[in-house]
Design a protein around this ligand. Structure first.
Ligand SMILES: Cc1ncc(COP(=O)(O)O)c(C=O)c1O
Length: 469
C-alpha cells in the first residue's frame, strides 16, 4: 500500500459540502485550499484511496479532481500525482467557495515596531539553542516523554535554582520551583490558589498590564490599585487597602514607568505581608536587563515564605517559548501543583530540557550579556536622539529593561500615536497601562526599543523622531 493517504504524511479531514457527492467534494477541496489547510504543492491522495476513505465511487473522486485541474486549483502530472496548484494560494478570493467560506484575519505588520513587550526576536540564539536541544534530547531519560512531575523537569528546576540564586539573589530551592507556560500561566495558578485560601482581593500597581489584572479578576479576586510614583509602588498604602491578601508588584523595573522599587518600599511590602499574612507576587519580567549598574536583586530574597517570585524567558529569550517559572513559599508548592492538575500538562519536556542545558552550559548568561550590550546601545541612541529632537520632553525609566517612557505635552498622546500609525510606526500610549481607578496622569509614550530587529532599529528611531510633536 504505497499510494495511501498516510504514506504522504498529510492527514486531511475532508467532508463533502452541499448537495451532490462530486460537487460537494469539489467545494470541500476548494475550501481547504482557499483557507490554507491544503497548501500549494501538497500531494493529494490517489482517487482510489480518497474514494475508499470517503466510501464513495472512485470515478466520483477522479471526476472532481479532473474538474479542479481544469479550474486551476489542482495540477495532475504523470508520476507525481495530483497536487494543489502553486498559484492556488490561500486567501485567493473565489465566489465558488460557496456559502460558509471563512475569511482569514491577516494582521498587518507595521513598517516600524516600537511596541513594548517584546525582545528583538531576530536575535534569538538559534544555533546555540539547537546545540542545547540536541544535547538535551540525547541525554533525556525515557521518563521525560511521559506525564511528569507537575513542578516541571528536575533538570530545569536545578538549572534555574543555580541561576536565580547567582544572578537574581533569589532563595531558590529546586523543590519549590514550578515551571509554567508563561508568567500569565503562573498568575492564573496563583489566582486559583489565593481564592482557595479565601483571599478576596489582590492589590495591583496603578500602572501595569491589564491582562494580568484580568487573570486575577477571572479567578474571583478584586484588584484595587496602589499608586505608583517616582519611587515605585507606594507599598505603604497596602495597610489602608482593605480586603486584600496579596499584591502584584514589578520591583526590579516597574512596568511600564520603569522605576525600581525604593528599598524602603520593598521593606514595607514585606512587612505588610508578614503582619497581615499576605502574599507578594513579584513579577521579575526583565530583571536581567539593567545597564548602568548591577541588576537590582529580587525582593523574594527578603522573605521567601511570603513572596512568590515569578520569572520568564519571554524577555531574555523569546515569548514564543512560553517558558516561565515560579519560586514558591514552601507551604504553597503542593497547592500550586494541584491547581496545575497533578501533572505538567502545559510546558513541553523537550523545551524544558533544552532550556536547562542552555542555562547549565553558560549559553544563557552569554546571550543575556550580549543582549544587554545591544539594548544599552539602543537605549543610549534613543536618549541621544530624543535630547536632540525633543529636548523639552522628559524621558524616564531608562536605567533598565527594553522600553522607556517619553512624556508628552498634555492632550497630545492620542494624536501622536494616531499619526505614528498612519506612518507605519507602532507605538503604545502610556494611558493604555493606567488602572481604571487611578487619576488621569501625564500623557506619554511607552517606547519598546528592544522590539525591532537590529536592521530595523535605525529606521524605527528615525520614524519616531519624525512623528513627535
Ligand atoms: C510586566 C510584564 N510581566 C510579564 C511579562 C511576560 O509574560 P509572559 O511570561 O506570560 O510572556 C511581560 C511581557 O510583556 C510584561 O510586560
Amino acid at each position: 500500500m504505497t499510494d495511501s493517504w498516510a504514506a504522504f504524511g498529510a492527514d486531511l479531514h475532508i467532508e463533502p459540502v452541499g448537495a451532490g457527492l462530486r460537487s460537494g467534494l469539489m467545494n470541500a477541496l476548494r475550501e481547504a485550499v482557499r483557507t490554507g489547510r491544503l497548501t500549494p504543492g501538497t500531494r493529494l491522495p490517489s482517487s482510489r484511496t480518497l474514494a475508499a476513505d470517503l466510501g464513495i465511487a472512485r470515478n466520483t473522486v477522479a471526476d472532481a479532481y479532473a474538474e479542479l485541474v481544469a479550474e486551476g486549483w489542482l495540477t495532475a502530472r504523470q508520476g507525481s500525482g495530483t497536487r494543489v496548484a502553486r498559484r492556488a494560494a490561500a486567501g485567493r478570493s473565489v465566489g465558488a467557495a460557496g456559502p460558509g467560506a471563512r475569511t482569514r484575519t491577516v494582521r498587518r505588520r507595521p513598517a516600524h515596531d516600537l511596541m513594548p513587550g517584546s525582545p528583538d526576536l531576530s536575535s534569538f540564539p538559534r544555533a546555540e539553542w539547537l546545540k542545547a536541544s540536541r544535547r538535551a534530547l540525547a541525554a533525556a531519560p525515557d521518563a521525560a516523554f511521559g506525564y511528569d512531575d507537575p513542578r516541571g523537569r528536575v533538570e530545569l528546576r536545578n538549572a534555574l535554582a543555580d541561576y536565580l540564586s547567582r544572578a537574581r539573589g533569589v532563595y531558590a530551592d529546586p523543590e519549590r520551583i514550578v515551571v509554567c507556560s508563561g508568567l500569565v500561566h503562573g498568575l492564573t495558578l496563583m489566582g486559583k490558589v489565593l481564592r482557595r485560601h479565601g483571599v478576596r482581593g489582590a492589590a495591583v500597581e496603578s500602572y501595569g498590564l491589564d491582562i494580568h489584572w484580568n487573570l486575577l479578576a477571572e479567578a474571583g479576586l478584586r484588584t484595587p490599585c496602589i499608586p505608583v510614583d517616582a519611587l515605585g509602588a507606594r507599598t505603604g498604602a497596602l495597610r489602608e487597602t482593605t480586603g486584600v491578601g496579596a499584591v502584584l508588584l514589578t520591583p526590579a523595573h516597574q512596568f511600564p514607568t520603569g522605576v525600581p522599587l525604593h528599598p524602603d518600599r520593598r521593606a514595607e511590602a514585606v512587612d505588610w505581608a508578614r503582619s497581615s499574612g499576605g502574599i507578594v507576587l513579584e513579577d521579575d519580567y526583565d530583571g536581567e536587563f539593567r545597564y548602568d549598574r548591577q541588576p537590582v536583586g529580587a525582593l523574594q530574597g527578603l522573605d521567601p515564605e511570603r513572596v512568590v517570585y515569578l520569572g520568564t524567558a519571554s524577555k531574555s529569550l523569546a515569548p514564543g517559548l512560553r517558558l516561565a517559572w515560579m519560586v514558591l513559599p514552601e507551604v504553597l508548592v503542593e497547592e500550586v501543583c494541584d491547581a496545575k492538575g497533578g501533572f505538567d500538562r502545559m510546558s513541553g519536556a523537550l523545551d524544558q530540557l533544552t532550556l536547562a542545558e542552555f542555562i547549565a552550559s553558560g549559553a544563557y548568561d552569554r546571550h543575556v550579556r550580549a543582549m544587554r550590550l545591544r539594548y544599552r546601545r539602543r537605549r543610549d541612541q534613543l536618549v541621544e536622539a530624543l535630547a536632540e529632537r525633543a529636548p523639552d520632553f522628559r524621558v524616564s525609566g531608562i536605567a533598565a529593561g527594553l522600553h522607556a517612557v517619553l512624556e508628552l505635552p498634555d492632550g497630545t498622546e492620542q494624536t501622536v500615536v494616531q499619526g505614528a500609525t498612519w506612518q507605519g510606526l507602532a507605538l503604545e500610549r502610556l494611558s493604555r497601562f493606567r488602572h481604571q481607578d487611578t487619576e488621569p496622569g501625564r500623557d506619554g509614550l511607552v517606547i519598546g526599543y528592544g522590539t525591532p530587529s537590529e536592521s530595523g532599529w535605525a529606521g524605527a528611531l528615525d520614524a519616531l523622531c519624525r512623528v513627535l510633536p
